[in-house]
Design a protein around this ligand. Structure first.
Ligand code: XIL
Length: 324
């Protein structure tokens, strides 16, 4: 995607999250990341329950395969994620004292951070800690980690990540930060509040990751995002897009309509971010419609095929790839 896009505009790396399980069985899939990405990261292999399924049991193989592939091909790589409600193993859920939970979290982060030190540009340290709807549940999401340790699990995780890999760029990552509406305003404010609290406690945090799961039928908040980006910048914190893809429910069931919607959403998002300054990276959550979490978790209600990613099922680029 040379030309006018993200990378051409600001030298911003274009990332892609790859599913290790398809790399060897689908050479076209693997090649597509080399064709399009400056950064190639494991989509799932470094999530807690996959890499550390039982106490003392580590499964580094799938993540290693991706990180080695990236580095051998002179690409960057990144890690996701230490704290996420969606990948907490049973053994962590069973830990029955705060001290045991804290020890498990710190040990996990130190071990894994040290192992990948120097090979990853950084980490999503915590993922999705903000309540889905702050008005009714907020401000933080109810999770195993919140339950066991309270809000301090966030600084604990960042401090351990900094000790384990002092060069790593430490990211707080979340979804639904991009759109117009009170729920999204509230989520951005909570994000800024967490960043300020970390800083007030002298705990390093380097970037906010906006997942960028973009929904047809929602509007990108141009002014809101510019203000958000400016405030982060004032705090010395960067902004990146970490999981870009399209959930095109509210679009007529036609490839052309879906692709036009995607083009509009991605271009509005990038315009809003670039209005203040370039993001630190933009990463797509997969590369081809062949493999995506969207049809599994958020499928179109009408049964028409989802088109979440910049390459279609036949690895043909869609128009919105030129924006990247
Ligand atoms: C998803 C992956 O895409 C799936 O392959 C996996 O089975 C579950 O996780 N928000 C996130 C990501 O932060 O980690 C999720 O990824 C998608 C939603």
């Amino acid at each position: 995607a040379a030309g006018t896009g993200v990378r051409a505009a600001g030298g911003v790396p274009l990332g892609g999250a790859i599913q290790a399980e398809f790399m060897e069985v689908d050479p076209g899939y693997k090649q597509a990341f080399l064709d399009h990405c400056d950064l190639i990261m494991p989509m799932n292999g470094l999530k807690f329950s996959l890499v550390h399924p039982a106490p003392g049991q580590w499964n580094f193989e799938p993540a290693d395969r991706v990180v080695d592939f990236a580095l051998q091909n002179d690409r960057l790589s990144r890690g996701t994620c230490h704290v996420w409600w969606g990948a907490t193993p049973d053994w962590v859920e069973r830990l029955d004292t705060p001290a045991a939970a804290e020890a498990a979290l710190v040990d996990h982060i130190e071990r894994i951070g040290d192992r990948y030190k120097g090979r990853l540009t950084g980490w999503d340290v915590v993922n999705e800690v903000i309540a889905n709807d702050p008005a009714t549940e907020g401000p933080l999401r109810q999770t195993v980690w919140l339950d066991k340790l309270g809000p301090k699990h966030i600084p604990i995780a960042f401090a351990a990540s900094a000790r384990a890999d002092p060069q790593a760029r430490l990211v707080i990552n979340d979804y639904d930060l991009e759109f117009v509406g009170p729920r999204f305003d509230a989520r951005r404010e909570i994000m800024l509040g967490i960043v300020r609290q970390l800083q007030d406690g002298n705990v390093p945090v380097h970037s906010v990751g906006m997942q960028g799961h973009l929904y047809a039928g929602r509007q990108i908040d141009r002014e809101g995002l510019e203000r958000f980006h400016k405030e982060l910048d004032r705090l010395g914190v960067g902004l990146m897009v970490t999981e870009l893809d399209i959930i095109d429910w509210e679009t007529p069931p036609s490839n052309a309509a879906q692709d036009e919607t995607a083009y509009g959403l991605v271009s509005d998002l990038l315009d809003a971010i670039f209005a203040w300054k370039p993001p630190q990276a933009v990463t797509v959550w997969g590369i081809t419609d062949r493999y995506s979490w969207v049809p599994d978790v958020l499928p179109r209600p009408d049964g028409h095929p989802d088109r979440p990613l910049p390459l279609d099922r036949d690895l043909r680029p869609k128009p919105w790839l030129e924006l990247l």
